[in-house]
Design a protein around this ligand. Structure first.
Ligand code: 13P
Length: 245
């Protein structure tokens, strides 16, 4: 899979223009293609891309079912737009909006209940990597929010390993660092759900992945694609990354 995460970029009109470019260019991709857009784009972009290989993701959903939660958008609302995926646990949401493992566990469950497929993000910060604690951190993130799922629920989960020090910094993880962590993550899934489930789990890499380095990252056996921020905002770059998978 190659998934874009537009983050808080693009007005509705700019988003529609970018989705239209992708619609015209992505015809027979060799992998799943998803774009994560702001909530306000979802309905329009999902309609525009209906019947094409490009699927749509929200970048978040509420941790509550419905009711008096001003400004929030529920998983049911996201699903009603035609979006099929929901990015959850992004480090920006953990850091700036104080999303805890418990909150994320609720969000994942609500997304699944509403037939949305979570793209669940995990990854360590720079200090944790410098202290050699990256494996510990990632394991705790999985245990805190998604290892409670049944094997049946797990089949709908995509993981994205996004080392926080690599996001938007230009400091991409080396292919070796990515492979090492992805293999570790897969071993944890195998311990929990068995080898077959682990082999079938899509684990994306995210963090300064771009048109130049994508092929090298995707060449690793445990790197099943990418979650792309900045480089997903320009159609030619995003298309090159899709081609690289
Ligand atoms: P960049 O590709 O801009 O580093 O962002 C990665 C990311 O956070 C995707 O979710």
């Amino acid at each position: 899979m190659v998934a874009g995460n537009w983050k808080m970029n693009k007005t509705l009109q700019e988003g529609v223009a970018l989705a239209t470019e992708l619609k015209q260019s992505v015809k027979n991709p060799k992998c799943a293609v998803v774009i994560g857009t702001p909530f306000i784009h979802l309905a329009t972009v999902a309609e525009l891309l209906k019947g094409t290989p490009v699927k749509v993701a929200a970048e978040n959903c509420a941790d509550k079912v419905s009711g008096a939660y001003t400004g929030e958008v529920s998983a049911a609302m996201v699903a009603s737009t035609g979006a099929e995926y929901c990015i959850l646990g992004h480090s920006e949401r953990r850091a700036y909006y104080h999303e805890t493992p418990e909150i994320l566990r609720e969000k994942v469950l609500l997304a699944l209940e509403n037939n949305l497929k979570p793209i669940f993000c995990i990854g360590e910060v720079k200090e944790e990597r410098e202290a050699g604690k990256q494996n510990e951190v990632v394991k705790a993130q999985l245990e805190g929010s998604v290892f409670n799922l049944s094997a049946e629920q797990w089949a709908n989960i995509t993981l994205a390993y996004e080392p926080v020090w690599a996001i938007g910094t230009g400091l991409t993880a080396t292919p070796e660092q990515a492979q090492e962590m992805h293999a570790y993550i897969r071993s944890l899934i195998a311990e929990k759900y068995g080898n077959e489930v682990a082999d079938n789990t899509t684990i994306l890499y995210g963090g300064s992945c771009n048109a130049k380095n994508a092929a090298e990252l995707f060449a690793n056996p445990d790197v099943d694609g990418g979650l792309i921020g900045g480089a997903s905002l320009k159609a030619p770059d995003f298309l090159t990354i899709i081609e690289a998978r």
